[in-house]
Design a protein around this ligand. Structure first.
Ligand code: PLP
Length: 371
């Protein structure tokens, strides 16, 4: 089979292994693998199946459309979707057995309302804001929401299966304050008559570093893709393997004289006679323009830096006198233990985080899968 022009090759065995590593580190907590945003750019359905094979008990996404797409893709394990619009129709998700994260009293009532016509039981996880300042029930609203949830339970409209929150990752003190607030809120929920089976707070960073905060389940995203949430700490140091390798074919090579300006604005000029290799990936594909003149690219085992501006569809690599031919492969990132640049290297070059590097890849990049 010929290799696609632009390829994000995802090694599903890495996903399975990473889930197993994270599971071993967090047992006996259950593990929810986060596959929102197209499985962080890796392809949600393929990652979902691999994560389940690796031992994930639950899968998590943001909205109900993402969850329904997983069901269409043959995913049968429990699913949680936690961010909804004011017009979201919950009925299809309820019919598909998808648990709903609920972040406000109004949302709770809307979900309870949807239960009147639902053909399946309605399960919710109350999301409490313990200090991230995003969605989630404010501490001051918790008592009212818990009381209403208990009322809906008694009326048979829904069942509160879980309660969750998300950390700000600001520092140990802030983490400890959020964990304490969460513990307090789970106790308040119990006092209000709710029997909560799944309390969950930890994403990858806390799953690996806050053993006292694992509760009944962890929600791990980045780690299952083999990437590290800790600055300056590699995947390998955490026992994880990056699953994605991004590459493209070199589609043009030309020999140019010294002083040749390269790409928009001539941020790069050749210092001597040189060979320019053209790579058909640009910011339309998610390659950050901000990494112009900085992003690393490996061709034939040698690592270069992008020459000049990354354009919408392409960028140039100045390979000097090295023998590079049309049809050679340019690797942007993959598993650095194999000698190629990493998603972290690109994150540094673009002054962003590895999450964004993989998640932003566009639809022109063909996802392929190694079993
Ligand atoms: C609510 C929630 N839980 C868990 C995660 C997973 O986080 P991570 O990828 O750091 O494991 C996310 C991702 O942003 C999230 O929004």
């Amino acid at each position: 089979m010929t290799q696609p022009l632009r390829e994000a090759r995802v090694d599903l065995s890495a996903i399975r292994d990473n889930v197993a590593v994270l599971r071993a580190a967090t047992a006996p907590a259950a593990l929810l693998a986060v596959v929102k945003a197209g499985g962080y750019g890796h392809g949600a359905v393929a990652v979902a199946h691999a994560a389940v094979e690796g031992g994930a008990d639950w899968l998590g996404v943001v909205d109900t459309d993402e969850a329904l797409a997983l069901r269409t893709g043959g995913v049968t394990v429990p699913l949680l979707a936690w961010l909804h619009g004011t017009e979201t129709d919950f009925a299809p998700a309820i019919a598909a057995g998808i648990d709903l994260g609920v972040s406000s009293l109004a949302q709770l009532d809307r979900v309870a309302g949807a239960s009147t016509t639902a053909s399946a039981p309605v399960f919710v996880h109350l999301k409490v804001d313990t200090g991230l300042g995003r969605n989630g029930i404010e501490e001051s609203d918790c008592a009212a929401v818990f009381a209403r949830a208990a009322e809906h339970e008694r009326a048979g409209r829904l069942r509160v299966r879980g309660m969750f929150t998300h950390l700000s990752n600001t520092g140990p003190e802030e983490d400890a304050a959020q964990v304490a607030r969460f513990t307090r809120q789970t106790e308040a929920a119990a006092a209000a008559g709710l029997t909560i089976e799944l309390r969950h707070l930890a994403a990858t960073a806390a799953a690996l570093r806050l053993p006292g905060a694992l509760f009944d389940m962890v929600r791990v995203g980045l780690g299952i893709y083999g990437l590290s949430p800790f600055e300056g700490e590699t995947s390998a140091a955490l026992g994880l393997r990056p699953a994605m390798e991004l590459s493209a074919e070199v589609i043009s090579v030309k020999r140019v004289p010294a002083g040749t300006g390269v790409s928009y604005g001539y941020l790069h000029r050749t210092s001597g006679e040189s060979t320019l290799a053209l790579v058909p990936l640009g910011y339309a594909d998610g390659i950050p323009r901000h990494a112009s003149s900085r992003g690393p690219v490996q061709i034939n085992g040698r690592t270069y830096t992008v020459a000049g501006r990354i354009a919408m569809d392409q960028f140039v690599v100045d390979v000097g006198d090295d023998p590079v031919s049309v049809g050679d492969r340019a690797i942007l990132f993959g598993d650095p233990s194999t000698g190629v640049p990493s998603a972290d290297d690109w994150a540094t070059a673009a002054e962003t985080i590895n999450y964004e590097i993989v998640t932003r890849l566009g639809p022109r990049v063909t996802r392929t899968y190694l079993p």
